[in-house]
Design a protein around this ligand. Structure first.
Ligand SMILES: [Fe+2]
Ligand SMILES: [Fe+2]
Length: 188
């Protein structure tokens, strides 16, 4: 299996959950109720799975690419790293707003919605750059052994082996929340 398959599969999961977060933001913007356990789970999804994916790219993929001359001084890598960093900052901000929302702070819903919109826009653009350009570039320069090593190291990730208990949690969220959001859109 090529590393592209594993990482791009993870991106597909993230994109589905970005749609869910956008739907949640829409309800917050309109002053409509949002199920709190779902909101907690959705933010946890991005922290547990998306941030971890970004951490692994920085720990495994980017150092391998640096050996092939695509290092941190290359514009695209520095953009990707700063997008990872900005994503983590938005994650922290959203969790703070969530706490304020749970404490019934009247300004929290709109602040959380604004951070959520900024986050989904950022991560969608990040995924687009990696899918359409960066991963293809990496695919061309990595050796077969490096491909295998990345797949091995990502294999306990949600896209990897079925024995990973986190994978079950990841798949459950992807099964449950997009369906709930689709129900919101269907209701009059
Ligand atoms: Fe990625
Ligand atoms: Fe990335």
């Amino acid at each position: 299996m090529r590393f592209l398959t594993v990482l791009m599969d993870e991106h597909r999961g993230f994109s589905s959950m970005l749609d869910v977060l956008d739907a949640v933001a829409g309800r917050l913007e309109r002053g409509e109720p949002v199920p709190m356990p779902m909101l907690v789970d959705v933010l946890d999804f991005f922290e547990s799975f998306t941030d971890r994916h970004h951490d692994r790219e920085e720990e495994m993929l980017f150092p391998l690419l640096a050996r092939h001359g695509i290092g941190p001084d290359q514009t695209v890598v520095s953009v990707l790293v700063s997008q990872h960093e900005a994503g983590r900052v938005y994650g922290t901000k959203m969790k703070k707003q969530l706490k304020r929302l749970q404490q019934r702070d009247p300004t929290a819903a709109s602040a959380l919605a604004a951070d959520a919109r900024a986050y989904t826009e950022l991560i969608r653009e990040h995924i687009r750059i990696e899918d359409e350009y960066f991963y293809k570039l990496a695919d061309q320069v990595l050796t077969e052994a490096e491909h295998a090593s990345i797949v091995e190291q990502f294999s306990d990730s949600p896209g990897g082996r079925a024995t990973n208990p986190d994978r079950e949690r990841y798949l459950k969220m992807l099964e449950t929340y997009p369906a709930i959001v689709a129900g919101w859109c269907a209701s009059p």
